[in-house]
Design a protein around this ligand. Sequence first.
Ligand SMILES: [Zn+2]
Length: 66
Amino acid sequence: MNTKPARVTCPHCGHSMHLSIDFSNGDQDYFEECPNCANDVHLHMHIDDVHKKLDVSISADDEQLY
Ligand SMILES: [Zn+2]
């Protein structure tokens, strides 16, 4: 199991949170609850196999565009 620390910023309130992301399963989508504002943060992980890089994109799932 490979985990990698990642820092993401909540799209709702701007709070920074640290996550341990398991990137051994390839691309993943999951939801993390922001500890500050308790809104769901949608995380999409993409593994770049060529560069062994982890890309994390974050979106809020409400209709409001940030
Ligand atoms: Zn938040």
